[in-house]
Design a protein around this ligand. Structure first.
Ligand SMILES: [Cu+2]
Length: 406
């Protein structure tokens, strides 16, 4: 007898990725023998290991998780649902480093390899994680000829009102990062977008093997093995970035994470973080990243914004602000510009041009995921709130942060 295990209810290898949010899975017998339905035990191999990925299980959509699960599997081949989630604190370090084993007694009757794919602090990635990320990012740009050109074109002075200065700032950038991350994962599915925790020293980000070291003119220098040395945007080779702080320490004048999370329990208060720390982090540098129209030319932009998004995620968790029906989860004070109201679709994924939208909509619809169905091809502002599927399991966006629990 053998069983088949499907992660995210999919037979595709591209779907063998989970985060902290429970992923719907199923098990079925592929070659029935005998008359009675056997009881199978699920457990990860190397359960006593203390590093690398680990998952936990539960049988239903609610209830507590455990390290193993016993399931009666019908002999007629009918699938039985169960849920698997990354064990908080145990993200994977490489693709497929978690193996779920299905045993009948002591006999192995099926298995599945998967990855607990989590957005991590860029300063503490392993060298292999760092190199895979850099390689995928450089490929996406392909020396200015790749798909990254669309992402650069999405974030300009013309499009700025769609994404800044109003309540949709955080949702728009969440969609933007998710779209980019999914494109990176199409190149290398083991990659998750890391974040630059800008209120802490991050010397491992500002070195030649990762995001580079600026010379006196602000030209960013890379090691000979770093593919970011070929970075090109708007037809211009290289990255210009002039830090106004010693990159061995955090930039001065930034609200710390604690201060940011203490801005208030209402979204209207929290979103003032668009100024400080977000804007302050941008203007800790001269060069591209310091102004909206050019910021997306610098790949560091995406790590900075990943931390902005992480701060929002932490704030949401702390204050239970995932439900769009709760007023304090968003700022509906009225008079919000188009693209900044909960039911509004967001440019450019909606393809709408002209009028209150920019004259072009680069990049097409938002990249789909092999693992989750949300947010759809043309996300609305409201689709960005419940990223973990806390309110509705179908809202799960398929990403999580290493230090933000479900
Ligand atoms: Cu922006």
């Amino acid at each position: 007898m053998n069983v088949d295990l499907q992660i995210n209810n999919s037979a595709s290898p591209a779907a063998k990725f989970v985060s902290w949010s429970p992923a719907p899975c199923r098990i079925r017998i592929t070659d029935p023998s005998g008359a009675s339905s056997p009881t199978v035990n699920l457990q990860i191999s190397g359960i006593s290991s203390t590093s690398g990925g680990a998952v936990v299980f539960r049988s239903g959509a609610t209830g507590s998780f455990s390290n193993s699960l016993t399931i009666a599997v019908p002999i007629d081949g009918t699938s039985v649902p169960f849920f698997a989630a990354g064990r908080f604190g145990r993200p994977s370090v490489s693709n497929g480093d978690v193996k779920i084993e299905a045993r009948l007694g002591t006999k192995l009757v099926g298995s599945a390899h998967l990855m607990v794919r989590i957005r991590k602090n860029a300063n503490t990635l392993t060298a292999a994680e760092r190199d895979r990320f850099v390689s995928a990012f450089a490929q996406l740009n392909n020396q200015g000829l790749g798909r990254f050109a669309d992402f650069r074109s999405m974030h300009t002075n013309v499009s700025s009102p769609q994404a800044h200065g109003a309540p949709g700032f955080l949702p728009w950038h969440r969609a933007y990062l998710l779209d980019l991350e999914r494109e990176l994962q199409a190149i290398d599915p083991s990659v998750a977008l890391p974040y630059w925790r800008f209120d802490r020293p991050a010397p491992n980000i500002f070195n030649r093997d990762f995001f580079g070291v600026s010379d006196s003119l602000g030209t960013v220098q890379f090691s000979a093995t770093n593919p970011l040395q070929f970075w090109k945007t708007d037809g211009v080779q290289g990255i210009n970035r002039r830090p106004f702080f010693a990159t061995s320490v955090a930039p001065p004048g930034l609200r710390t994470e604690t201060q940011t999370l203490a801005l208030g329990t209402q979204y209207a208060a929290f979103r003032t973080m668009e100024g400080n720390p977000h804007g302050t982090a941008h203007t800790s540098f001269g060069g591209s990243i310091s102004s909206i129209g050019t910021a997306a030319k610098d790949p560091l932009f995406f790590l900075l914004h990943c931390n902005v998004d992480r701060l929002w995620a932490k704030w949401q968790k702390r204050n239970a602000r995932f439900d769009a029906a709760i007023g304090a989860s968003f700022d509906n004070s009225g008079g919000n510009p188009i693209g900044h109201n909960l039911p509004d679709t967001m440019w450019p994924w909606n393809g709408i041009t002209g009028g209150q939208r920019p004259p072009t909509a680069p990049g097409g619809t938002l990249a789909p995921s092999p693992c989750v169905g949300a947010p759809g091809l043309q996300p609305r502002v409201r689709d960005m709130l419940d990223y973990q599927g806390a309110i509705g399991a179908g809202s799960r966006l398929g990403f999580d942060y290493d230090d933000v629990q479900i």
